[in-house]
Design a protein around this ligand. Structure first.
Ligand SMILES: Cc1cc2nc3c(=O)[nH]c(=O)nc-3n(C[C@H](O)[C@H](O)[C@H](O)COP(=O)(O)OP(=O)(O)OC[C@H]3O[C@@H](n4cnc5c(N)ncnc54)[C@H](O)[C@@H]3O)c2cc1C
Length: 259
């Protein structure tokens, strides 16, 4: 075995972890499912960088106290929509949150690009409860893991109701013309499985620092060795929830623990 193959890893993409079982030698047998097959993999260390939802499904296989900690965060649902406009009314100076107070949205962000021949902009709308309930009826796709692109023209109508160039304009013909400027749009409901949320918060009374420490390394219930080779990390179980940085901080803790 040369050093290259020593360093190589097997990647199993689009595999859903459905079970994990301790083995007599301390390793863990992982069971993954794809659309048409089940795959089993043996691992010395297992890093569960998964959202809360699949971890809850694995809860019966986790030690009781770890299961309780997995359930000690609250998922905050989130919907995101975006609209590409070929002649936007905003520009590079339009600040984020412009019109947010008059639109069903938690956050609105604008981007703008201009070159010699054209200008183009994108508006991104983020909604959590209750504002997201305005947008979720536009989600049509049942498949969980894909964003929806250009599926439901009613989404553009829903957008123009609040974010047309002149909100006082009620001329139907002009509003239709404005709809034609939207060249691409999409929506994704992050509250669907497996994500279930856009971000998380710890439940009241949970000692987050202690919970993170416990989740960083533990052994499976019936593991013959107390080798603490299971590791949970990610934004949901971090001290910086809502941000990528939270997930990275917990990942760093796990790496240090393994090393
Ligand atoms: C719309 C939106 C905008 C955001 N914007 C920002 C931003 O601007 N800045 C910022 O810092 N953060 C932002 N965030 C938050 C950031 O994206 C998350 O905090 C970060 O992605 C969390 O990383 P994670 O590794 O914990 O989980 P995830 O990124 O959710 O990764 C979990 C992985 O597990 C996989 N998975 C799920 N179930 C299974 C299973 N059973 N088996 C195997 N794999 C599974 C998923 O496919 C996914 O790849 C945003 C989030 C959203 C939803």
């Amino acid at each position: 075995m040369d050093s290259r193959s020593e360093l190589s890893v097997s990647l199993h993409l689009n595999h859903r972890l459905t079970a994990l079982f301790p083995q007599p030698d301390g390793r863990v047998l992982l069971e993954f499912k794809t659309d048409n097959k089940t795959v089993k993999v043996l691992a010395k260390w297992v890093v569960l960088a998964l959202p809360r939802c699949p971890l809850i499904q694995l809860r019966p296989l986790l030690p009781e106290h770890i299961g309780e900690l997995v359930d000690s965060v609250i998922p905050i649902p989130l919907v995101k929509c975006f609209f590409v406009n070929e002649s936007p009314w905003w520009n590079e100076f339009t600040p984020p949150q412009t019109r947010a107070s008059s639109t069903p949205a938690r956050e609105i962000h604008y981007a703008f690009r201009k070159d010699e021949s054209s200008k183009r902009g994108i508006v991104m709308v983020y909604g959590d409860p209750p504002s997201m309930h305005y947008w979720t009826p536009f989600v049509q796709q049942q498949e969980h893991l894909k964003a929806e692109l250009n599926l439901d023209k009613r989404l553009v109508e829903g957008y123009l109701k609040y974010l047309r160039s002149n909100p006082d304009n009620i001329d139907i013909k002009e509003i239709r013309e404005e709809a034609e400027l939207i060249s691409c749009f999409g929506i994704r409901d992050w509250s669907r499985e497996p994500f279930e949320a856009g971000c998380h918060i710890w439940k009241a009374g949970v000692r987050a620092e202690e919970a993170i420490k416990e989740l960083t390394a533990f052994s499976l219930q019936d593991s013959p060795l107390s080798n603490k080779n299971i590791h949970i990390c990610g934004e949901a179980y971090s001290d910086f929830q809502g941000f990528i940085e939270g997930g990275l901080r917990t990942a760093l803790r796990v790496v240090k623990q393994i090393l």
